[in-house]
Structures are given as structure tokens and as C-alpha cells.
Design a protein around this ligand. Structure first.
Ligand SMILES: CC(C)(COP(=O)(O)OP(=O)(O)OC[C@H]1O[C@@H](n2cnc3c(N)ncnc32)[C@H](O)[C@@H]1OP(=O)(O)O)[C@@H](O)C(=O)NCCC(=O)NCCS
Length: 177
């Protein structure tokens, strides 16, 4: 299958979210467009943007498409990107994952992950726009809470957006890959 512009999820979900007291009914800022990920974003530098967050490894277009299709099939992954429409490059991205549960009467929890803004456009409010958008989307999609993990040095970025430090410890076990 070739790279294309079919969105990962319905863009309508991003409309009319009351981000930062402004209703973003038309999520197009000057030369920038907030929208769902599509596979063509592979050619627009999506992975290079993610590489400013962490090691992304060597991913072929085929592997990228497979992962995209898997996420689309699962229907609980909401990857958004900000495209610089002047040059067609992806300059920022973030992911919301919905976790379905049996507790709290079969509730849903949201997790915000992989938030990154290209260094060339930091400090312009894009990080804030991404996280606010996904937080409101989580609420719109019925989550009872939305959580994220971050380094202590960056916690004030999220605190500005209404997140508080949880009492719970973040624990992990890594598997060497
Ligand atoms: C963290 C990051 C997403 C912020 O994006 P950004 O577009 O530069 O941030 P914004 O311009 O939207 O800033 C929003 C507010 O957060 C503050 N802020 C920005 N970066 C911050 C940081 N690293 N630590 C604390 N506060 C920060 C800004 O001063 C601004 O404050 P204001 O609302 O009072 O003016 C971006 O620096 C980045 O991609 N960093 C590398 C990847 C990373 O660490 N991602 C987070 C993983 S948990």
C-alpha cells in the first residue's frame, strides 16, 4: 500500500474543542495545521520530529504503514500532528491512547504520550496546543482521567496545563530492546 492522506481518525473530533478559552473551530493557525496523522506524514518528516524526543530506530515506509493500520484498526490511538503548510513538513506531534477498563463501571482512561515540538518552532505555543487538544479530546471521548509520564524537569510545562503530580510511583521493567 502507498502512503496517503487518509487520517488515522475522524478530524471532526478535533473541531470545537475549547482550547485555551478559544474555540478552535477551524484548527488552522498561520501556516500551521493541527490534524490527525496520515501515512504520507512519513514523507513529511514525522519520524524526524519524533527523533527529537527519543531514538526512533530504522523504520521503513512499509513498517510505518503496518503500525498505522494497526492503530487505526484498534481505534484507540489518536496521533495528532502540526503541519507547516508553507513547506509541508510535520513540526510537532503527540499521541492520546485510550485504555478500556472494567473498573469504575467499565471506564476509560487516557494517556498522553510522545509529545514533541521541533526545536525550530518551540516557544510558540504548539506544545501547549497539542497537550490541551489531546486533554480535551480525552474528556470528549469519555475518559475519567488522563495521565502522562515526564521527566521532573518538564513537569511545570504540564502543570501549566492543569496536570498535577500524582502520589503514585511510575515503575517499569525493561526488556532490552
Ligand atoms: C516540551 C515541549 C513539547 C514544549 O513545546 P513548546 O511548543 O516549546 O511549548 P509552548 O511554547 O507551548 O510552551 C507552553 C508553556 O510551557 C512553558 N514551557 C515550554 N517548555 C517548557 C519546559 N521544557 N519546561 C517547563 N516549561 C516549559 C512555556 O514557557 C510556556 O509557558 P506560558 O504558557 O506561561 O507562556 C518541547 O520543548 C519539546 O518538544 N521538547 C523535547 C521533547 C520533550 O521533552 N517532550 C516532552 C516529553 S514528556
Amino acid at each position: 500500500m502507498a502512503l496517503n492522506d487518509i487520517p488515522l481518525f475522524d478530524e471532526v473530533l478535533l473541531r470545537n474543542l475549547p482550547v485555551d478559552n478559544q474555540v478552535i473551530s477551524e484548527p488552522n493557525m498561520d501556516g500551521l495545521r493541527l490534524r490527525p496523522l496520515c501515512t504520507r506524514d512519513f514523507d513529511r518528516g514525522f519520524m524526524k520530529t519524533l527523533a527529537q524526543l527519543t531514538d526512533v530506530g530504522d523504520v521503513s515506509p512499509e513498517t510505518f504503514i503496518d503500525r498505522f493500520e494497526e492503530m487505526k484498526r484498534l481505534g484507540n490511538h489518536y496521533v495528532v500532528v502540526v503541519e507547516d503548510t508553507d513547506n509541508g513538513s510535520v513540526v510537532a506531534t503527540a499521541l492520546l491512547i485510550l485504555e478500556r477498563k472494567f473498573i469504575h463501571a467499565c471506564t476509560t482512561r487516557g494517556r498522553v504520550e510522545d509529545v514533541v515540538v521541533c526545536s525550530s518552532v518551540r516557544g510558540k505555543g504548539l506544545g501547549k496546543l497539542l497537550v490541551s487538544t489531546l486533554t480535551l479530546l480525552a474528556e470528549r471521548l469519555g475518559c475519567y482521567k488522563v495521565t502522562l509520564e515526564c521527566k521532573p524537569a518538564i513537569s511545570s510545562f504540564y502543570e501549566r496545563l492543569g496536570y498535577t503530580v500524582s502520589e503514585e510511583l511510575y515503575m517499569q521493567r525493561r526488556f532490552g530492546h
